[in-house]
Write a protein that binds this ligand. Sequence first.
Ligand code: PHE
Length: 458
Amino acid sequence: MQNQTSGKSSDQGGSATERFSSSGFILTAIGSAVGLGNMWKFPYITGKYGGAAFFLLFIICLLVVGLPVLLAELAIGRGGRGNASTSFIRLSKSKYWGGFGFLSIFGAFMILSFYSVVAGWTIHYAIISFSNVLFQDADYTHRFTSFAASGMPVLWQVAVMAITGAVVAKGVSGGIEKFNKILIPGMLVLLIVLIVRSVTLPGAMAGVEFFLKPDFSKLTTESVLVALGHAFFSLSLGMGTMLTYGSYVERRQSLGQAAAAVGAGDLLYALIAGLIIFPTSFAFGIEPSQGAGLVFMALPAAFSAMPLGGVFGGLFFILLAIAALTSTVSLLEVPVAYAMDKWRLSRNKAALWTTVLCCIVGVPSALSVGGAFSGFTIAGKSFFDFVDFVASNIILPVGGLIVTIFTGYVWKKAGEEAGLTNGMFKLWMFVIRYIAPVLVILIFLYSSGIISGGEYGK
Ligand code: PHE
């Protein structure tokens, strides 16, 4: 890959006149990719779908389809220099594509509305772990369900949104980039402390083995589709986030290198998260395939049993909170960039209104995991699960498909913007045209329940 740019498309007005610095952009994009997906979802789906064999599959999916689509999103953003809708319009000169782009803006908003709820749980858990309140009663399932059934998650969700809104309001380089430049390296320090703790626990090696020694007999078609879907979610694809970030990237930056760095960062954080969670679980006899409750209901038992467990537990949940916040910031930027362009709002106003709206839409999610809204179901699902389902399982793959079709068949100058060498360009186009769309359609058919299997993301 080489660092060449087309230098053709002009920098048109709107939100996309702001710019990232080069290293800041890579850290910020890693911040978006690394999130609850790596620290919360990845460990439990890995536990459920085959341990190390699943991890290997996830790596293949990241490399083969994740990175090419990531590069395509970044290129559309930088080439179009607009928000997740106008970039498509500028590059295709057709309003229809703007409508497709809008779908992903809506998706980002929906994901944010429930993702911020889980982010809120992590802050609450960090506090009660440091103060040892978490360990007063050994029934951690009950602690979690009674917390989720109270009104507290709403307050924590609002706190998460307030932080997110404040960062986004400060702008691309003064807010978003600065926030990530401090927190992403900070997160690495926390991860190293926690990894040293987890792998030195007696009995930890069984966990390391489970995570790193593949047993391919455990793989099913379902694991393959889940790994693919997760590669998309984990790289923040299909939601206009990488596209919007791409619109703030300098022309001289190599997008190919950036995409590779983001993929490597995402993988590294997933690897470390696994090396914290599996050894800890195995050392204390916890089943890693417990599902979504692994982190909030099972791991506290492990922390309570280790020396200085409150501190390690607290650090672990802070880590989750940081990972989540750097992703919520990227999600909020998508509708904010749109609102700034569409209604000519100042960044402050756009951030304020989208934050408020997201808090309101998030309330039923925050109250539906056992809370006041738990009796309210849509298509047999709680509000939280329904929004997660529509956003993660329908809008995300459809958004990904739009990106591949647009880059492969509609936008003729994609190659110039991506700045790849000839060989790499051919490979990229081959994947974007023929491989990625087929796989994305498969993810969609599977995760939406049209072909058999459970739903991804539960
Ligand atoms: N990639 C983030 C994670 O793994 C989630 C995310 C999805 C963020 C889509 C932005 C857009 O947690």
